[in-house]
Design a protein around this ligand. Structure first.
Ligand code: OAD
Length: 246
């Protein structure tokens, strides 16, 4: 039985999906929404932490001014994420990896849920909440969810900070270039659960379009990308993605 709200998958998309060789998937916070991860934007709202807009608390300036406050926000988010599980969208994307001869998953998410769903070689544009980085020597360390995090770098003693990209910071060297190269080489591109407002991530579908790839968006809301895509599937990723391969 088909639900009234289910978007219908075009024959064109089904044909592209069955013949594609090089697939790029770009995900954003919306892919984790059905796991219980709050999005930053969407539904007319914007995330706020203790009265501060998320782009203020998650900023390079705040690391300089008040690193403990930044840690408080990321510790809170890590605590939330610890118990959460991948949802059908993560699982579907993970299954796609073995279906295509070349498959690249690029995420803006720092939550690690794609990896929990067994996706491999995930390109994390904005870093990971499960790593810390020394502000002095730049050594990186994993944080296991069960451990209290270190306050200082075990190598040099300088403070550590979340190994995530904050507003006002550059992406890690080479990471965007790797994603852009995959976008420039793909024949099918999915853009899933992102407001497509944050650059350079939002430029990846444009790169795919320029090289003639078929671009499909999955999002319950319209974004600046919607009218530029070949297909826009308005719905929740965990419900829509399984329909594509069905
Ligand atoms: P946003 O919070 O900006 O956008 C989330 C998008 O997901 C919105 O367009 C929602 O409509 C959509 N959405 C909500 N529920 C969904 C569902 N069940 N299925 C599919 N889509 C759904 O998140 P991002 O676009 O990821 O960066 O934000 C980009 C970056 O801005 C983040 O990586 C983060 C943030 O500031 C940094 O922190 C550097």
């Amino acid at each position: 039985m088909q639900l009234a709200s289910e978007p219908s998958i075009s024959d064109e998309l089904r044909r592209r999906f069955s013949s594609a060789r090089r697939v790029l998937v770009l995900t954003g916070a919306g892919v984790s929404a059905e796991s219980g991860v709050p999005t930053f934007r969407g539904g007319g709202n914007s995330a706020v932490w203790k009265g501060m807009p998320f782009d203020v608390i998650s900023s390079a300036r705040m690391v300089e001014r008040d690193l403990p406050a930044v840690w408080e926000w990321f510790d809170y988010r890590r605590g939330l994420l610890q118990e959460l599980k991948p949802n059908p969208a993560h699982n579907e994307i993970s299954a796609w990896q073995d279906r295509f001869s070349e498959f690249t998953l690029v995420t803006q998410n720092i939550d690690g849920l794609h990896q929990k769903a067994r996706s491999r070689d995930v390109i994390e544009l904005h870093g990971s909440i499960w790593r810390v980085r020394c502000v002095g020597c730049h050594s990186r360390f994993e944080i296991l969810s069960t451990q209290p995090r270190a306050e200082a770098c075990p190598d040099c003693g300088d403070p550590v900070r979340p190994d995530v990209v904050l507003f006002g910071e550059m992406l890690p060297a080479g990471v965007f270039e790797q994603a852009a190269a995959a976008a420039a080489n793909c024949d099918l591109c999915f853009v899933i659960g992102t407001s497509a407002l944050v650059y350079p991530a939002a430029s990846l579908p444009d790169i795919a379009r320029v090289v003639g790839a078929f671009v499909c968006e999955v999002n319950p809301e319209k974004t600046p990308l919607s009218d530029l895509c070949d297909e826009s599937l308005m719905g929740r990723a965990g419900e829509v993605l399984p329909l594509i391969s069905r």
